[in-house]
Write a protein that binds this ligand. Structure first.
Ligand SMILES: [Zn+2]
Length: 423
């Protein structure tokens, strides 16, 4: 009854207030459209968590002050493709199947997954958030994201060229091209949001690569890397100001896939000095090495690898420590060696002195910690949160989109639940 009276009161009040308006205001055009908030997931590849403390990121720091921020643990291994797929699926690499940037699958002998692989076969074990959203009637758009060019859930046929059969992508997506500048990427997102409501996306991804590129080349502590960090920050500033100009409210979730550790060729473990290269096939090298013994040589490989080493530890796949949540997927090579953070594993000793940066190390190492900043109308300002795992980001996105939580996810929305106005 009280509610009815309030509504009645509002109805009665309206003609009175309209009557009291000046004539010009009465003939004004209808009020601007009230836009529904869009959720924008932004990745700044290789943006280490503590880059935010360098005093060179006014836009990101302002968003952190308006919303929430944290030093986020990447999934293991702390590589680009496994972590980007974790961020949008809520599963660790062991479960979503993108176990490294380069790997093989016993079900497809002779084939190798690389960062150019778009055959759904490699990706189908875990559904990305844009597919979940599209299935729920929420329009999505991806301005680059690893895996966003894949016809998810479909399969490739070869005749003799590869062609997709079935599968889903975002309603709008772009084939990755590093030559598309960050400003062009922001412009594409804003253009999508200029559309009429019926064709406007409600979930958008956006990806920037420049901080990772500089970090690899120059290392995490270098003026060139600082310049790339400042550039990425100004791209975020551009996005924020253009959203404001458009009158488009947005819940921004800005993340990195991993951090960056300083490396040097002088900190290299030469694998040929550890085990005779004729005994094994070497897959990945760098912060970790993946090793498959050749036929009948496994005992010799095990004897050479499974003993203590300086700056490196090796395990059989199934014996990788449980805290890394890695080792049950058949795509992981039978032997896995992890370098101490800042070291590298190579087939042979390097011939020239080089330094730079790398990632792929233990995901608990502070150097691997990744950026997390989120702000928007659905997020209460709460400052810096305790560290959490990046498997929790997909559950946050589900909350922001009012999608139910997955029953088989590896993370949950616990770090954010009390901070959301939608809960
Ligand atoms: Zn990366």
């Amino acid at each position: 009854m009280k509610r009815f009276l309030l509504q009645l009161g509002a109805c009665l009040a309206l003609p009175l207030s309209a009557a009291s308006l000046p004539a010009a205001a009465q003939s004004a055009p209808p009020a601007a459209e009230v836009r529904t908030p869009v959720t924008i997931l932004v990745s700044i590849d290789g943006f280490r968590a503590d880059y935010l403390d360098r005093g060179i990121t006014p836009n990101l720091s302002a968003l952190a002050a308006q919303g929430i921020s944290a030093s986020m643990h990447p999934a293991f291994p702390s590589k680009t493709f496994p972590n980007h797929w974790t961020l949008v699926t809520g599963k660790v690499p062991d479960h979503h199947g993108i176990v490294a940037n380069r790997f093989e699958d016993p079900a497809r002998p002779g084939e190798v997954f690389t960062m150019a692989s778009d055959d759904p076969f490699w990706w189908n074990a875990a559904e990305p958030i844009w597919v979940t959203a599209e299935k729920a009637g929420i329009r999505t758009a991806t301005m680059f994201w690893p895996g966003s060019n894949v016809a998810w859930g479909g399969h490739h046929v070869k005749k003799p060229w590869a062609e997709d059969v079935g599968g889903m992508r975002a309603s709008d997506w772009q084939q990755y091209n590093q030559a598309v500048t960050p400003v062009q990427r922001v412009a594409a997102v804003i253009d999508w949001l200029r559309r009429p409501a019926a064709t406007r996306p409600r979930l958008v991804t956006l990806y920037f690569d420049q901080v990772d590129t500089a970090g690899h080349r120059y290392g995490p502590v270098d003026p060139h890397t600082d310049a790339a960090i400042a550039d990425a920050d100004s791209d975020i500033g551009l996005l924020v100001s253009q959203l404001r100009e458009l009158g488009q409210p947005a819940n921004l979730v800005i993340v990195a896939d991993h951090g960056m550790a300083a490396t040097s060729s002088e900190r290299t473990i030469a694998l040929d000095k550890v085990a005779d290269p004729k005994l094994y096939e070497l897959g990945d090298t760098g912060p970790f090495a993946t090793i498959t013994p050749v036929k009948d040589k496994e005992a010799m490989v095990a004897a050479a690898l499974l003993k203590p080493h300086d700056h490196m530890q090796c395990w059989r796949r199934q014996d990788i420590p449980a805290r890394l949540r890695y080792g049950s997927n058949p795509r992981i090579a039978p032997y896995f060696c992890l370098a101490e953070t800042g070291w590298g594993i190579a087939a042979t000793a390097p011939t020239k002195v080089e330094s730079g940066g790398s990632h792929g190390f233990d995901n608990a190492a502070p150097e691997m910690a990744a950026l997390f900043v989120a702000a928007g109308p659905a997020i209460r300002p709460a400052g810096k949160l305790p560290a959490f795992d990046n498997v929790d980001v997909a559950p946050l996105l589900r909350d922001l989109l009012a999608l139910p939580q997955a029953s088989d996810g590896d993370g949950d929305d616990a770090p954010f639940r009390p901070l959301l106005t939608t809960k």
